[in-house]
Design a protein around this ligand. Structure first.
Ligand code: NAD
Length: 495
């Protein structure tokens, strides 16, 4: 059985703890590799390597940083099949999804921020005369320098493992920081494979360090490390809260991308039919990656006039999904990523039953007899459609993060907005209507950091990405990310 290693100072190194965790393949339930269960010593070594590399990397010309990052993107594209297969084995997601979305996006992340760092400019403010303390005649000008912060701590979840980790590494190193990454211990493989590619691309030793381990172990040590001024975290709201509580008193800069309970609002004038219509898109929003995307539309709010049509169409689509071995090219719906997570998803369906919700389809684990031999011990759950619940109940209020979608009817626009805003989360929303005025009104009124209209999960990497309320603090994407990873310094000069 393969034992993975940490990647520190450009070297593959075993954990100082000597301890390992089992890495389970969700499609089979079998251990596929062993992942280091690193501790504070490993984090200290990685931070030391990152600190040692910082001055040189921060002083490297942006054009050279960009050249290396493009080279890394080339290598990711070269290794597309190998990385997609590893991601599928680790997560249980269909290999077709890993090949078409996850891994290409990793390459795009590096290309996008490579371009960004060569095109960023300082802000400049010119003024004729000035008043106030120290005032006088003549002119002043001011400019703002943006300098890398130092060593950044990057912590990522298991649902889009390399996609979300590279979404952090790319802006961190593009803006001249070095970093220590802590990928999810549930899905470590592609981050492990990235180590060799970093060396092959010519990323200098110590610029990117990868330490594997548990959240409370390696993750918490990273958060608490005194030589780490910035932490970028994507994961659950509960862990985000813990990080805010512990890193806040150390005055670290925090970017927290957390959970969601995203409304998908269908008005009765919406285009319902076709592959880009509301019903097909709602099904994709509910069930892509087995519903394990923070942006999934898990609460369908449907105007009463089209409620039955949407419900029927959604059930049909849920039942027609091809569930199977994630490594089969034809599979559309794979396994859930871990046994505790599967139990959590099932517990919400039990709650829905107890509260007399109507379970229209799914609601159970997939019968092993319906799966290929290899997958009979795997973590498969049917796509599930539920209606008839109280909007205030836990199933409607809490993030399930699995293949479970609920429907609520509404009559007026005001009711739709009130339902949309009724949870503690505010990450994303999708609005479906052909009425432009209603569309703009609703988009402005919904409490969400990301709003799509007549589409879902169309990502322009230049736009700010993140949530409000318990969905997070700060924004990723484009200049927002470059700003997070740099410290502004305003310099004013009298002429
Ligand atoms: P999680 O919070 O359990 O873990 C995320 C990462 O944090 C893992 O690497 C984990 O090891 C680490 N961690 C756990 N405890 C820690 C601690 N005390 N200190 C430091 N690190 C710690 O989340 P998960 O189960 O891996 O991922 C699912 C969650 O991620 C969902 O809530 C989902 O909505 C969220 N998510 C959000 C976004 C977004 O962009 N907003 C994107 C993807 C996933």
């Amino acid at each position: 059985m393969e034992s993975l290693s940490n990647f520190i100072g450009g070297q593959s190194v075993p954990p100082r703890t000597g301890a390992y965790l089992d890495n389970i393949e969700p499609a089979t339930g079998r251990t596929s590799s062993r992942v280091p269960d690193s501790g504070p010593d490993d984090i200290n070594n990685a931070v030391a390597a990152a600190r040692a590399a910082f001055a040189s990397w921060a002083g490297t010309a942006a054009a050279e940083r960009a050249r290396i990052m493009h080279r890394l993107a080339d290598l990711i594209e070269r290794d597309l099949d190998r990385l997609a297969r590893a991601e599928s084995i680790d997560t249980g997601k269909p290999i077709a999804l890993a090949r078409s979305v996850d891994i290409p996006r990793c390459a795009t992340n590096f290309r996008f921020f490579a371009a960004a760092c060569t095109q960023s400019a300082s802000e400049f403010h010119d003024a004729e005369g000035w008043g106030g303390v120290g005032g006088g005649a003549g002119g002043v000008f001011s400019y703002t320098l943006r300098r890398p912060r130092g060593v950044a701590g990057l912590i990522s979840p298991w649902n889009l493992p390399l996609y979300l980790l590279t979404w952090k590494i790319a802006p961190a190193i593009a803006s001249g920081n070095t970093c220590v990454c802590k990928p999810s211990e549930v899905t470590p493989m592609t981050a492990y494979l990235l180590g060799d590619l970093l060396n092959e691309a010519g990323v200098p030793a110590g610029v990117v360090n990868i330490v594997h381990g548990s959240g409370p172990g390696a993750g918490a040590s990273l958060v608490m490390h005194d030589d780490m001024p910035a932490i970028s975290f994507t994961g659950s709201t509960a862990v985000g809260k813990w990080i805010a509580e512990h890193a806040g008193p150390k005055f670290k800069r925090l970017s927290l991308e957390l959970g969601g309970k995203n409304p998908f609002i269908i008005f009765d004038d919406a285009e319902l039919n076709g592959e880009q219509g509301a019903i097909a898109t709602a099904a994709r929003a509910a069930f892509t990656n087995q519903g394990q995307i923070c942006l999934c539309g898990s609460r369908l709010l449907v105007q009463r006039g089209v409620f039955e049509r949407v419900l029927t169409g959604l059930i049909e689509r849920a039942k027609s999904l091809k569930i199977g071995d994630p490594l089969d090219e034809a599979t559309q719906f794979g396994a859930l990523t871990s046994a505790p997570h599967l139990d959590k998803v099932a517990s919400y369906i039990d709650k829905a039953r107890t509260m007399r919700g109507t379970i229209h389809c799914g609601g159970e684990r997939v019968d092993p007899a319906a799966l290929p031999e290899r997958c009979r011990g795997g973590l498969f759950h049917q796509p599930t459609v539920i209606s008839g619940l109280d909007p205030a109940c836990p199933v409607e209020q809490e993030e399930i993060f699995g293949p479970v979608v609920t429907l609520q009817p509404f009559d007026t626009d005001e009711q739709a907005i009130a339902l949309a805003n009724s949870t503690p989360y505010g990450l994303a929303a999708s609005i479906w209507t052909r009425d432009a005025s209603r569309l703009h009104r609703t988009a402005a009124a919904v409490n969400a950091g990301v709003v799509w209209a007549n589409c879902w999960m169309v990502r322009d990497l230049r736009t700010p990405f993140g949530g409000m309320k318990q969905s997070g603090v700060g924004r990723e994407g484009g200049q927002e990310a470059m700003r997070f990873f740099t410290e502004p310094k305003a310099i004013t000069i009298r002429i």
